[in-house]
Design a protein around this ligand. Structure first.
Ligand code: ATP
Ligand code: MG
Length: 452
């Protein structure tokens, strides 16, 4: 397993000896496999699709590998687009569903950019582009983990294993193919993938794969922020956000993604920031199991909440007012974070709105609460307030108030937002008229106050 010399004979697991059935593969992926096969090409399912089916899990997507070159794939499908520079790929689109078709690639190690091979490397060993096509076994060896390098061949329905992936899958082991340190240097994102698969699949990392993780986090600094953003979504929106977070922290990778958050987590010994974050991650996992939509802005709002609060405290000491403080702090936090992980505006804007609505949720008299209900980000901001309620007494009072407010009809809402004195006067009249009725359902007025 330590050698990366391609071997030519795979272990072949025939159809009766494995559990992958075409019925469990998406109809679109099957269509793509057959179209390639019928055109005389080799066509296999590979990667997470094969791995998850063998584990009896439902795959997130199906990736196809073939000996057809991207241009040949393009010719075969009308609904096809060629994408990617680093890896040139074909996307075959069926409505919302995309089947990714990759051409077999050669082991990057065997090639050298200076020889004009098509593998482009940075001075530090990172692979910048990898478009050297090769045989199926070469393709297997250049993949990341052994359990990700199993092929389901549509020609005979067998599973092909060139790298010992089947044995690792049975043993519940995630093992990098080849020399782990070198493979992490080639592509540091593999460290994040190791943590993600361990968390999501509940498998163990092989000791040699695990050991370098603790000390190689700094390699993530070389990864373009836009790519890290994509990875963050996969890390935290794959259904195992809490375990993934814990593992990323355990391997000291988290701090390279969210440096300001890591600083807060290390500085604050009481459990406050972690609790809010853990609850946000738990909510995300829960919503996914319930098939409810999740918005990355909410997650980022939670991930960066503590840095925002700290920044605000610093600025408040400079004498800025509350609104200015929040704006300025949000600018600083967002800017610093974007240097590591790109935060597209379609996410950073709603994230900031969720933050900006927090002090506004403390204004619960007059027309403001009713107006706030129509704000497009109200629901997210309210959910965020609920998160904060766990660890912040004032937020807890407000969360209670809003929860009751939301349960009221229009008349009740108007009453609940009267200033305290008016409510009292009204209550007095009401009592005089209907002596026996209690006014206990009226909401206690919470004085609006600066929050956060
Ligand atoms: P999932 O789709 O469930 O997140 P996956 O294993 O299919 O998991 P993808 O990102 O879809 O992950 O990649 C498909 C396959 O491509 C992987 O299984 C692996 O074989 C290969 N691969 C992906 N990223 C890398 C990488 N950074 N280095 C080497 N091989 C990779
Ligand atoms: Mg996949």
């Amino acid at each position: 397993m330590e050698s990366r010399t391609p071997i030519s004979l795979p272990i072949l697991i025939p159809r009766p000896e494995h559990n992958i059935s075409r019925a469990n593969i998406s109809a679109n992926a099957v269509k793509v496999l057959y179209r390639l096969h019928d055109a005389g090409h080799r066509a296999c399912l590979v990667g997470g699709g094969v791995r998850d089916l063998l584990l009896g899990r439902e795959p997130k997507d199906f990736d196809v590998a073939t000996d057809a070159q991207p241009e040949q794939v393009y010719q075969l499908f009308r609904n096809c687009r060629l994408i990617g520079r680093r890896f040139r790929l074909a996307h075959v689109r069926f409505g919302q569903d995309i089947v990714e078709v990759a051409t077999f690639r050669a082991c990057s190690e065997e090639s050298d950019a200076s020889k004009g091979s098509g593998v482009e490397r940075a001075a530090d060993g990172r692979i910048l582009s990898d478009n050297v096509y090769g045989s199926i076994e070469e393709d297997a060896w250049r993949r990341d983990f052994t359990i990700n390098a199993l092929y389901y061949d549509i020609a005979n329905f067998a599973v092909l294993d060139y790298v010992g992936g089947m044995a690792d899958l049975k043993a519940g082991l995630i093992r990098l193919i080849g020399d782990p340190v070198q493979r992490y240097h080639e592509d540091p994102v593999r460290m994040l993938r190791a943590a993600r698969f361990a968390a999501k699949l509940g498998l163990r990392l092989d000791p040699a794969t695990e050991a370098p993780l603790h000390r190689l986090g700094h390699l993530l600094e070389q990864i373009p922020p836009a790519r890290l953003f994509d990875e963050i979504l996969k890390l935290f929106m794959g259904g195992s956000a809490i375990q993934t977070f814990e593992l990323l922290r355990h391997y000291r990778l988290f701090g390279w993604l969210f440096p300001a958050t890591e600083r807060c987590l290390n500085r604050q010994q009481q459990h406050y920031p972690k609790t809010l974050l853990i609850r946000a991650l738990a909510n995300t996992d829960q919503r996914l199991t319930e098939d409810k939509p999740i918005h990355p802005a909410f997650l980022f709002a939670a991930l960066l909440w503590e840095p925002l609060r700290e920044q605000m405290q610093r600025l408040q000491a400079d004498g800025l007012d509350q609104h200015e403080t929040l704006q300025e702090a949000a600018d600083i936090v967002t800017r610093e974070q974007s240097r590591r992980v790109a935060l597209p505006r379609r996410y950073s804007l709603p994230m900031r709105e969720i933050w900006e609505l927090q002090p506004r949720l403390a204004q619960i008299t007059g027309k403001r609460p009713l107006r706030l209900l129509t704000h497009p980000r109200f629901r997210a901001a309210y959910d965020f307030l609920i998160l904060r309620a766990d660890t912040d007494a004032q937020a807890a009072e407000l969360a209670k108030w809003w929860t009751r407010f939301l349960q009221m009809d229009d008349t009740g809402r108007v009453e609940a937002t009267q200033p305290a004195t008016k409510i009292k006067a009204k209550k007095g009249k009401l009592r005089r008229r209907r002596k026996s009725r209690s006014a206990s359902q009226d909401q206690p007025a919470i004085p609006p106050g600066p929050d956060a």
